[in-house]
Design a protein around this ligand. Structure first.
Ligand code: GAP
Length: 433
């Protein structure tokens, strides 16, 4: 029986090693020695990530009448990044050690000593390093066809604002949502997937009239918190950091950074910003096309302002894993288990025969497996090792229930259902599951 599971201290190593050994997340291009800042999702990780992304889409797009989805190209006309300010200002301060030539982001290190070679005072003045990945569009490589891999999904929303208004005629306030890849050539990717060079974002631009922006901002604070709770993020480890006025981006009137207590420290999980009409005005000025919204009641036309909740998928996956990571003691042995919410867990039920060398048990278990798979989809078959080992494996990937077919099943049709969190076992009819 469970001897109690209190909130567990979890290190970055606990999370990375569980992700690797159980098939959640692997180093990108690992077989060739990896590629810094890139990560691959394995069979369980991809389902966990999709479950979180689908929950976001369902919560903010499908269940609402005022938010619409788009899926814009990753490659965009370079004018997008000129107008948005990314070409000129999307930079981080880079310093280089004069001895070993290692490069770092200035605010990530103690500059008095090089973290690589240990040389003292080897860093000069920082230079600004633009984080966008450059590429050439088309077969000729010259200055005229340079574009960038998008560093945020937001600009693909702004550039489609007019298309959505002209095709759906939504009433303001309304939002446009997008999920997808973003790329940043981070100077020093680190802390597992937290700071990657390729990652996914889930962003909404919520278009409003500037009057009354405060009430929309407050509503977003409530909606963000309830989504994070639903995702399995431990709300006690979440902190709202009100960005002080003198640190706000020049286009923002108010920003809250949502920080989570990650194993490497308290750090940003997502941001909520009131971006005013900065982006639509930039597009209007540089494209020459009007971004005005004309109210259907004949009211005065205006360029909408924007509230932007911006989620990073990798940081959400990590916060959910850290929140779920638990340890307790079972029969004098330490047990690791992921207390994931049922709707987020990659596997809902694991089915196995008590003994794999008894054909009648295997046949019955296959029947139960098939029926559950038809009903729930995310079902795993596991007949490797003894039953205790199977339970441990399923605990570590967060499977809420293990179903075991034994000799009693052949008599009365009931199976053993073992609960991940309590480890309690009950006998149930498979069709009740
Ligand atoms: N459109 C606004 C925007 O992109 P941001 O604060 O630069 O704002 C938003 O990024 C979110 O994207 C962050 O809160 C974080 O969750 C995620 N993110 C940013 N850089 C990241 C990186 N290098 N690796 C993983 N996630 C990142």
């Amino acid at each position: 029986m469970s001897e109690g599971s209190k909130k567990t201290e979890v290190s970055l190593e606990d999370i990375t090693s569980l992700c690797k050994r159980r098939g959640f997340i692997f180093q990108g291009s690992e077989v060739y020695g990896g590629l810094s800042g890139t990560w691959d999702y394995g069979p369980l990780g991809v389902v966990l990530k999709k479950n979180l992304m689908n929950l976001w889409w369902q919560t903010f797009v499908e269940e609402r009448d005022d938010i619409f989805g788009v899926d814009a190209s990753i490659l965009m006309n370079p004018k997008v990044w000129q107008a948005s300010g990314h070409v000129d200002t999307f930079t981080d301060p880079l310093v280089e050690c004069s001895n070993c030539k290692s490069r770092f982001r200035e605010d990530h290190i103690d500059k008095s000593k090089c973290p690589t070679c240990g040389t003292k005072n080897s860093f000069g003045d920082p230079r600004q390093f633009n984080m966008m990945f450059k590429t050439n569009v088309g077969p000729v490589q010259n200055e005229d066809n340079i574009s960038f891999l998008r560093p945020e999904t937001a600009q693909g929303i702004f550039t489609n604002y007019k298309n959505v208004v002209d095709t759906l005629y939504p009433d303001v306030p309304f939002g446009i949502a997008q999920q997808g890849k973003a790329f940043r050539n981070e100077i020093s990717p680190r802390d597992f997937v937290f700071r990657s060079r390729e990652f996914e974002q889930m962003e909404i631009e919520y278009f409003i009239h500037s009057e009354g922006w405060e009430k929309h901002f407050e509503k977003w604070r409530t909606d963000i918190k309830s989504f994070l709770k639903e995702s399995g993020v431990n709300i006690d480890s979440l902190h709202e950091l009100e960005v002080p006025d003198d640190e706000l981006a020049h286009y923002s009137k108010r920003t809250i950074d949502y920080e989570f207590e990650y194993p490497h420290g308290k750090d940003e999980l997502l941001g909520l910003a009131y971006r005013t009409d900065f982006d639509l005005m930039n597009i209007q000025n540089s494209s020459g096309k009007k971004m005005e919204y004309r109210p259907k009641d004949g009211g005065e036309a205006f360029v909408p302002h924007v509230i932007e909740p911006s989620f990073g998928v990798e940081r959400l996956v990590m916060a959910v894993l850290v929140s779920a990571y638990s340890k307790d003691e079972q029969n004098g042995e330490e047990r690791i288990f992921l207390k994931l919410p049922e709707h987020i867990a990659p596997v809902k039920f694991c089915v196995s025969p008590l003994l794999k060398n008894k054909p009648e048990l295997v046949a019955k278990a296959k029947e139960v497996y098939k029926a559950l798979k038809e009903k729930h989809g995310a079902i795993m078959w596991d007949d490797n090792g003894n039953i205790g080992k199977r339970y441990r494996r399923q605990d570590e990937i967060g499977t809420p229930y293990c179903v075991v077919v034994d000799f009693d099943t052949l008599e009365d049709g009931t199976v053993t259902v073992r609960d991940r969190d309590t480890t309690e076992q009950t006998r149930r009819k498979p069709e009740e599951l």
